[in-house]
Write a protein that binds this ligand. Structure first.
Ligand SMILES: *Cc1c(COP(=O)(O)O)cnc(C)c1O
Length: 442
């Protein structure tokens, strides 16, 4: 951005005067400029001035198979010629039916009913409402509280914020939110000296048990991000916690909501993270990667017994929630094309090879004195950087761009959550340039 007159600079100027950007203090863009993107191809994003960036954060954790993926493009294009949208109340269409059937086959046992929303936060809202409404329909109207983990993130609409424990997103809206309880996160970084991540997870499950013992008559559901708490800074934990959470929720008649919006769709090394605990939740939330990162779509999958509690003559016993774009055919087609790629390219297995390739050549980065808590689950990597800079995240972002890399740290936590199509050469580029950035900021 050398002068005011490059195509990049012109678009930045127009954007700042008309677009209110998300998750941003707009004033900061005066010192840390926006990055205008003209096009995407594979794992790369291109600006208007001839620069390119490796999208290691999958454009906010949504992209799975690269930008402008020919197969997903073609699926959307052909759907576009048939039906772009129809309302889903009182109507149905092939893409939404096919997607629901295929997800039922793929998901953990027993999740046979799909309710559709438009984004992740709406999926959280739907699950919370459905859970409380279930208890009301079944004669337990006192069960209206929700329990979540410390440092949880489930979206930022008011209901979702009530189960989101990230102060920065939440504090300004405290008076608007119905306060909900949290229990200790099994985040392995908090294990005691010499304590295994499994032992620590079990200790946290004991705290969960104590809480449920005392409060279960008021609690409708326990909501978790299985295996990795993304917005907490890619906090990873042992799958035994999922197993114990499932047992305890059964024991105390509390629904278990698995928010797999970020960790589903192969991200943690299995199609769904819950598989690694060998469990089925009562509600499974999907969004982000479900359309390969193309279109907004979210899905709440639930069980026959929950579905049946709403199935009655009385209209008020039904689940009357709706969004205008519920089950949009274009988004469903993108999701179907995404599932096709998983099947035809055996992605879950291919990702294991990719993941182990990266791990095998990461020693130079991982071994740097400034790099702490190196961790990996499936296609997510994270570590903290010991840096004297209070604005480490912004500096890291800026400097990475100069190395053709899109890194977007959360505080001092640097993470990689790349699309699944990275080549070995791109993985080498990612590690080499991250090392240069860390070296400069340590
Ligand atoms: C991103 C995310 C959400 C919210 O999804 P949006 O589409 O941004 O509303 C909810 N839960 C988790 C775990 C997420 O990562």
């Amino acid at each position: 951005m050398k002068t005011n007159t490059t195509p990049n600079a012109r678009l930045i100027k127009r954007s700042l005067s008309s677009v209110w950007h998300p998750c941003s203090q707009m004033k900061h863009y005066a010192s840390f400029p926006l990055v205008p993107i003209s096009r995407g191809q594979g794992a790369w994003l291109y600006d208007f001035d001839g620069n390119k960036y490796l999208d290691t954060v999958s454009s906010w954790w949504v992209n799975l198979f690269g930008h402008c993926n020919p197969r997903i493009n073609e699926a959307i294009r052909s759907q576009l010629e048939t039906l772009e949208h129809v309302m889903l109340a009182g109507f149905t269409h092939e893409p939404v039916v096919e997607l629901s059937e295929r997800l039922r086959e793929l998901a953990p046992e027993g999740l046979g009913h799909c309710f559709y929303g438009s984004d992740g936060a709406s999926a959280t809202e739907i699950a919370l409402k459905m859970s409380a409404h279930y208890w009301r329909n079944s004669g337990k109207p006192a069960k209206t509280q929700f329990l979540s983990l410390e440092n949880s993130y489930h979206g930022e609409t008011l209901g979702a914020l009530s189960v989101t424990d990230v102060a920065l997103f939440r504090d300004a809206y405290g008076p608007l939110i119905r306060q909900q309880a949290t229990v200790a996160s099994p985040d392995s970084r908090n294990a005691a000296e010499g304590e295994s991540s499994q032992a620590f997870a079990l200790r946290c499950a004991d705290a969960l048990e104590l809480h449920l013992q005392r409060h279960h008559t008021q609690i409708a559901a326990f909501i978790i991000e299985p295996l990795v708490q993304g917005a907490a800074g890619m906090a990873m934990y042992h799958p035994v916690y999922l197993q114990r959470a499932r047992q305890l929720c059964d024991q105390y008649a509390v629904h278990l909501i698995a928010d797999e919006i970020a960790v589903g769709m192969g991200r943690t090394g299995t199609m769904f993270a819950c598989e690694q605990g060998g469990i089925s939740p009562d509600f499974l939330l999907l969004s982000k990667g479900i359309t390969g990162g193309y279109l907004p779509l979210s899905i709440v999958m639930t069980t026959e017994s929950i579905y049946q509690e709403f199935y009655a003559d009385k209209i008020a016993h039904g689940f009357l929630h709706s969004h205008s774009y519920t089950g949009n055919p274009l988004a469903c087609r993108a999701a179907l094309a995404t599932l096709d790629i998983f099947a035809s390219d055996n992605i879950v297995v291919a990702n294991r090879q990719k993941s182990s390739y990266l791990n095998g050549i990461a020693e130079d980065l991982r071994g740097m004195p400034a790099v702490k808590n190196w961790r990996n689950t499936g296609m997510i990597w994270a570590f903290e950087v010991d840096s004297p800079h209070a604005d480490f995240a912004q500096r890291c972002f800026q400097l990475a761009l100069k190395h053709e890399l899109l890194l977007r740290p959360m505080g001092n936590t640097v993470y990689f959550m790349p699309p699944y199509i990275l080549s070995n050469a791109e993985i080498q580029h990612l590690l080499k340039c991250t090392r240069l950035v860390v070296e400069a900021l340590a």
